[in-house]
Design a protein around this ligand. Structure first.
Ligand code: ATP
Length: 440
């Protein structure tokens, strides 16, 4: 176990680059602040995160449906939602030598520049939304915004969903997709980005039942991190927002925080948005957004509880939580103890040598296991131990080793990542055995 927690961030960042999880965006041109691309294993990990969220928040339930709304949304949406007015951070600028800009609420000392010690300007409100234009003419009438949250899509389409499906309150609308914020002081690798991916669900309920649903979703989301993603419970905690930090729409908000190497930080927010958003959209659009209870014939504006999280933050939390280094027979072993649900590769097929007979068996084995698991085939040169290490480093739970005995006994070795144990299994039963072990 490594205990220098602060160093883990650097190590995970280096691993992400080295093994193709994360690259700086447009790196050959010097990169752009707080924009990152995801490489092959990063994509696999993110797809797993998204899939597991969708599976548990939408597919395994009767009361949540999906939506994909546009990234570009007109100013009227953001005026109604309050984002044009309130979605700002306090910005201060160094008036000494460096002229750097900072988020005032992130500074311990609001008088002096933390970089060069120069005096800081008065704080001014800086709106975080990116603005662009639709059509060829850049004029005010053609202004449009990149969404800073996916949530507004669910409110704007609320009536369409009600009218086109059989949902009944309480129910939720869920969406995954890119959001954009022109963050003043991004950083901590992919923790605070300018382009990121959100997974949000708006759960509509009767006013008066909102507090109960708020407690329910907090519990449910916490359970998902621990049981489905395998994140260690001691690295998670709940933190209720104080009055001054609550968003403009929230009655109450609780963060699920993760113990990142740089300190506790927000992983997910679970907010009680009341009927704020529907009420505002009703007012600004002059459309009726109320809900008619089919049984009681009562008409009302539902309250909303929202669990909202970023894929990128879950990705670092999962990597940091799983990262470990050990000494094995005098050598350093880097291993990601990722939950098999999250592992980019679940099973690696490794022939002991490049001999044709072995490769034939290994390719057959790959074809046999591939329909059931995420599989990688690795016959690159190098000692078998080195190939195990490579798989350990990306978190692959099992390697299947084909050796010369396999030609006679039609069996292979299952080598396990965490305990490095080995088990000999007949090829005919390998899928069932792996299923058992991945489940157990
Ligand atoms: P913060 O206080 O860290 O700026 P926030 O409270 O503004 O975050 P929310 O508006 O609640 O964040 O967004 C919901 C979730 O979206 C967050 O919990 C986080 O996981 C993710 N998220 C928000 N902003 C970013 C960002 N700039 N980069 C990456 N993920 C983000």
């Amino acid at each position: 176990m490594i205990d220098e927690r602060e160093q883990v961030m650097e190590k995970v960042t280096a691993l992400c680059k080295r093994r193709g999880f994360v690259y700086p965006a447009a790196e050959i041109y010097g990169g752009v602040g707080a924009l990152y691309d995801y490489g092959p294993y990063g994509v696999a990990l993110r797809r797993n995160i998204r899939h597991l969220w969708w599976r548990h928040v939408v597919e395994l339930r009767d009361d949540v449906v999906g939506l994909e709304s546009t990234i570009l949304m007109p100013p009227s949406v953001w005026e109604a939602s309050g984002h044009l007015e309130h979605f700002t951070d306090p910005l201060v600028e160094c008036q000494g030598q460096c002229h750097q800009r900072f988020r005032a609420d992130h500074l311990a000392d609001r008088e002096r520049c933390p970089n060069c010690g120069g005096p800081l300007s008065e704080a001014r409100r800086f709106n975080l939304m990116f603005r662009t234009h639709v059509g060829p003419v850049e004029e005010t009438a053609s202004e449009i915004y990149l969404r800073p949250e996916t949530a507004q899509g669910m409110f704007v389409d609320f009536r369409n969903v009600i009218n086109s499906t059989r949902v009944r309150i309480p129910f939720g609308i869920a969406q995954q997709g890119r959001s954009f914020r022109n963050e003043i002081s991004p950083g901590n690798f992919i923790f605070r980005l300018r382009e990121f991916e959100q997974m949000e669900m708006e759960y509509f309920c009767r006013p008066g039942e909102d507090e109960r649903w708020h407690a329910y979703w907090l519990e449910e989301r916490l359970r998902w991190y621990v049981e489905v993603l395998g994140i260690r419970r001691e690295n998670l905690r709940l933190r209720e927002h104080g009055l001054e930090e609550k968003a403009h729409y929230a009655k109450a908000s609780t963060d699920i925080e993760y113990h990142f190497p740089f300190g506790w930080g927000e992983l997910e927010g679970v907010a009680n948005r009341t009927d704020y958003d529907l009420r505002r959209h009703q007012e600004f659009s002059h459309e009726d957004l109320s809900y008619l209870d089919p049984e009681t014939q009562e008409r009302y504006l539902p309250f909303v509880v929202e669990p909202a999280v970023g894929v990128d933050r879950i990705m670092i939390a999962a990597l940091v939580d799983a990262y470990d280094e050990e000494e094995v027979r005098g050598e350093r072993r880097v291993v990601l103890h990722l939950h098999p649900n999250l592992a980019p590769v679940q099973v690696a097929v490794v022939p002991l040598s490049k001999r044709e007979e072995l490769i034939r068996v290994a390719r057959d084995l790959q074809a046999r296991v591939r329909p059931h698991f995420r599989v990688e085939y690795d016959e690159t040169g190098g000692h078998i131990g080195r190939r195990y290490r490579r798989q350990d480093e990306i978190g692959t739970p099992f390697c299947l080793t084909v050796d010369f005995d396999s030609l006679d006994d039609r069996a292979v070795t299952i080598r396990e990542r965490d305990g490095m144990t080995q088990e000999r299994v007949p090829i005919a039963g390998v899928v069932e055995r792996l299923q058992e072990r991945l489940a157990g």
